[in-house]
Structures are given as C-alpha cells and as structure tokens.
Design a protein around this ligand. Structure first.
Ligand SMILES: *Cc1c(COP(=O)(O)O)cnc(C)c1O
Length: 430
C-alpha cells in the first residue's frame, strides 16, 4: 500500500468537498475509530454515537465477534458468485429463517436492493399466483415513506428533494396516509389489482413516527382479507432496535418475556438490512414463505455479491451477538429509561415539544419551524459536548445509540443531551 500522510479533520473534509459528490450534508466531524458505543475523531476526541449509522451498528462499533467472522472468512473465501455454491450461504439462510420464523431467504447487499427485490417478488406473485392481468399490479405505499434511493423506490417517495428531476418514474404505486387503516381499506375495496402493501413498522427517516398500537395488526388482517401481501420494511426497525427482534413481531427471544401483550404481526415478506451485519459489511435479505418465494426462478433475479460467504458469516455472527447479549431486552429497558428522563426534562421545557419512539429508536421534536436551523445547531452543540446525532426532518432529532449501551452510558448520554438543550432553552434565536 502506498503511504498516505495523516490528515487533520479540516483536510479530510476539504478532500471530500473537492473530490466527492455533494449528496450528503454531514456534521463537520471526521471519524477514525470506533468501539462499542464510542467513535473517535482524527484529533482523538471521543463521542457517543447516538445515530449508529442509521441503526446499522446496533451491535456496537467493531464488535469483536463480528469482526472475527469477517476477517476469518475474508482470509478463506470472499466471493464465488451464485454461479457456484459456497459453504456459508446455506447456513446463513437456515439460521435466519429459523430465527425470524420464515421458510425462504433471498440474500442481497443493500437495503434498497432488498426493497426492490421484495417489490419484484410481489409483482410476480400478483401475476403468477393471484392472477392479476399483465402490467396491472399495484403496490400500496405510505405517505412520508423511506425505502431507499433507487429509481423505482424514489418513484413512490413524496420527498421533493429525493424525487425532483429524477423522472420518468416507475408506475404501479398507490400512496395512502400512514397509520390510517380506513385509507387502506378504501384502497383495497376499490382496487382489485393490488399485489402488496409495503410499510415501515415505525417511519424512521420521516421522524420516528410510531403508529397506533393496533395499526399493523389491522393492516395485516385487511391484507389477508383482500389477498394482498403484507411487506414489512424492517431495515431500520429490525434486529432488536425497537426492543424486540422485529418491530412486527412478538419474537423477543422470549426467555426475557418482554413481548408480553405484543401480538405478532407476521409479514408475508420481511425486508432486513443495516444491523443484519452489525455495520461490518453490506448485507440485506428478503424472507418469505415457500408459496411466495417460489415465483422466483433461476435467472429471474440475482446479484453478483448477494449471498457471498463473507456476508453470510458476518450476518450469522451479528445475529448471534443480538441473542447472546440480549440486545432486544436492553433496547426495551433503556429505551423506557431514555423517554422517562427526557419527558421529565420536556415537562419544564419551552424548547422541546415531545419525545417519541420505541426501544432505542427515539426522536425529540424541537419547538421551531421545520425550516429553522435550530435542530442542526443543537446537533452541532451536541457534537461539541461529545455526542453525535443528526436531525431527520428539519426540527426532529433522532437518538438511536448502539444497543450494547449500558445503563450508565445511557444516563451520561442523556445528561449531555439535556445539558445541551438547556443552553438553547435560554438563547432561542430563530
Ligand atoms: C436505510 C433504509 C433503507 C435503505 O437502505 P440502504 O442500505 O441505504 O439502501 C430502506 N428502508 C428503510 C426503512 C431504511 O431505514
């Protein structure tokens, strides 16, 4: 390797700005190292990571068991393509199917690819099995969804920045308000060509919108009644983030008994990504039944890297960590503590309107217009105080630390957040 001279944070940012496409607006911090809930910048300053790479590092940065699996497999065999079998893929497929309660798995790499895969399966199922006439299948989606960045996926986004001037758009999507069972029923009643309903159990990117407790259950029942596939995009909510293994699911690795009174809403198609690899490698997957997955036949779908042996070993290790370290239980317990502490602060605050969320996927809403800079300024101040978070939409700040966080670390994070909010409480300028 050619020797690369060490950089300052300023230099690293300047390089990205000069040579990189401008498709993100990162906070001005350059990270060099991570371990557990912490990351360090080039100058050696330590931060609590309260974003967790959008919930991809639920297991914490550089978890030794996941990195071991990655390195060991990387030294043995990295990629075969699916032209041949490899000895890791089947083991991962069996492990994930049994763990999540499905019969078949289709491996991909990024979240958006897995969403695309699910859409393709649903359409093909509509024609092959349900008997919808060719090119007529519709898929119902929700307003303010986030499912990724491909051309088809942004075709059914209503975010103007994600969408404008990327047309022509893919057809065949019907949009309804989120958390509105009546709207779903109306669309289903009036359209006989619906293949599927695609939904996030909690709308993460939109600002951590938690639907009514019975929403998913009722939506699933309607889908069953109208013979429509219920597709859950759990790329952000899955893998213990919301206090259970899946947000749609009673499966909390039930020895911990935290899933009491949370009925399972079993999706027909489940989409996973992000923390499926603990952030060590891009791994995504679509899980379903024999009856649905059988519409995929040789040549009808694929990916050069999908199902590669590194991905398979990393995902098994990442899922093992979630179980052995009881991360669902930790997310449930510490999530309650987080909201309790912030609610106590908010009751006396003019600055913060509310905190909402489930498990360790939470957000606060700042009392200012979505166009104001306040949430960004708060995130910049949080950074100075040693905690990293990012606004989602304008005046909403998401807090999603790695699930390996301890009680005392969480309390320290909360005290940084409250101390920082307090500064803004007194100097509100908009
Ligand atoms: C992040 C995310 C995606 C897209 O995943 P990528 O790996 O960025 O393509 C899709 N759906 C949801 C709910 C997500 O949070």
């Amino acid at each position: 390797m050619s020797s690369i001279p060490p950089l300052t944070s300023k230099e690293a940012i300047a390089l990205e700005q000069h040579y990189g496409a401008d498709n993100y607006h990162p906070l001005p911090v350059v990270l060099e190292r991570g371990e557990g809930v912490f990351v360090w910048d080039l100058e050696g300053k330590r931060y609590y990571d309260f974003l967790s790479a959008y919930s991809a590092v639920n297991q914490g940065h550089c978890h030794p068991k996941i990195i071991d699996a990655l390195v060991t497999q990387a030294k043995t065999l990295t990629l075969t393509s699916r032209a041949f079998h490899n000895d890791a893929l089947g083991q991962f497929e069996k492990y994930a199917c049994q763990r999540f309660g499905f019969e078949k798995l289709l491996p991909m790499n990024t979240g958006a690819e897995a969403v695309e895969t699910a859409l393709k399966i649903a359409r093909k199922w509509a024609y092959d099995v349900k008997g919808i006439s060719e090119n007529k299948a519709e898929i119902i989606v929700c307003v303010n969804n986030f499912h990724g960045r491909t051309t088809s996926i942004i075709s059914f986004s209503n975010d103007p920045v994600a969408r404008t001037n990327f047309g022509p758009y893919t057809e065949g999507f019907l949009s309804i308000p989120y958390d509105d069972v009546q709207a779903l029923e109306t669309v289903l009643k009036h359209n006989t060509n619906v293949a599927a309903f695609l939904v996030e159990p909690i709308q993460g990117e939109a600002g951590v919108y938690v639907p009514s407790p019975d929403y998913l259950q009722k939506a699933k029942a309607l889908c069953e009644f109208y013979n429509v596939l219920f597709i859950a995009d759990e790329i952000q909510t899955g893998i213990a983030r919301t206090g259970r293994l899946l947000a749609t699911c009673g499966r909390c690795e039930c020895t911990d008994n935290i899933c009491n009174n949370t009925p399972e809403v079993k999706p027909d198609i489940l989409i996973l990504g992000k923390a499926l690899s603990g952030g060590a490698y891009p791994v995504s997957a679509v899980l379903s039944s024999h009856a649905i997955m059988k519409v995929i036949t040789p040549g009808s779908h694929g990916s050069t890297f999908g199902g590669n042996p590194i991905a398979a070993r990393v995902a098994i290790a990442a899922l093992d960590v979630v179980k052995h370290e009881k991360l669902a239980l930790n997310a449930e317990v510490l999530g309650q503590l987080f909201r309790e502490k912030l609610n106590a602060y908010i009751s006396k605050s003019k600055q913060v309107a509310l905190v909402r969320g489930k498990g360790l996927l939470n957000a606060i809403v700042i009392n200012s217009s979505p166009e104001s800079r306040t949430a960004l300024d708060i995130c910049l101040a949080l950074k100075d105080n040693g905690l990293l978070a990012k606004p989602t939409h304008g005046n909403i700040i998401r807090f999603a630390p790695p699930l390996v966080i301890t009680r005392s670390q969480l309390l320290e994070g909360v005290s940084i957040i409250i101390r920082t909010l307090d500064i803004f409480e007194n100097k509100r300028i908009e």
